[in-house]
Ligand binder design. Sequence first.
Ligand code: SF4
Length: 350
Amino acid sequence: MTAERAIRTARELADAGLVGPEQEEAISRVASRYAVAISPAIARLVNRDDPNDPIARQFVPDMAELTLLPEERADPIGDGTHSPVAGIVHRYPDRVLLKAVHVCPVYCRFCFRREMVGPEGLGTLAPAELDAALAYIAGRPEIWEVILTGGDPLVLSPRRLGEIMVRLAEIEHVKVVRFHTRVPVVEPERVDAGLIAALRSSGKATYVALHANHPRELTAEARAAAARLIDAGIVMVSQSVLLKGVNDDPDVLAALMRAFVETRIKPYYLHHPDLAPGTGHFRLSIEEGQALVASLRGRVSGLCQPAYILDIPGGYGKAIVSASAIEAEGGGCYTVTDFRGNRHDYPPKG
Ligand code: SF4
């Protein structure tokens, strides 16, 4: 019996019933521009009877990706301008990104690093580059947290991951190691004892930020994979992107946040979509995003509230962009809006 493999070509997409045979040629043009991979777990999750399936929309290539808009950028969040050595992005004083690998088990059609990831992307750091990246971290005592991202760092073998973790363990001032990944959702079977041991091997506080955008992604298998990580002492937080046609609906967004919390994953970031090339069909306005985020307030538990953030194009960092519930009226007085939309004076008058 052959092991199930990821779907990577227009022909394989057509064979799997994820695109019509008549679309194969057009889709192969998209696939030659931006990497394609759909893991077996995700292929099983797609509802082929729904032309607007929110899972398919995230992973199945679309001709709309060939439409480039003037405001879109190859490096939308400015990684390049903050990269002192290969594999490191140092944007904030106390933390760095360590991008050891630019490969993912799936390729999201809205990916903000779509020009860097994939088989044709920046690849895996060479041993000398990894040495230089770790030396950069070791030489800067202000670096408190290392965030492994990419690409998806959990595609590395437990042996490779363990080697990186052991070397991070030697850097005394690094106290926290965080991984950003889609693996527990898209390849839950990969989260086994070997991987978990590797993740924990630095002895530092270890966080895993799980990227998922629709409640259906939190399958029983994904929840079990997250439980294995959490039961081993790893803290999990969520990371989602607000996407038109995927989760731009108050009920879907609420169900997604509840699914995270039920899985013991604390909702952390809800990203406004970045200005990545060919992703205009996923973007909504900031006002639409603010209204969706406001719809969560009061309606679902405080545990279910993520921070709505925008990565400022050019590499200037993240800004919280939720609508403020408080307006200054002058003289130390404010108007505060409750979750029903009613306004109140603070301090109360009279
Ligand atoms: S897993 Fe992350 S880095 Fe990889 S394609 Fe998706 S968004 Fe991009």
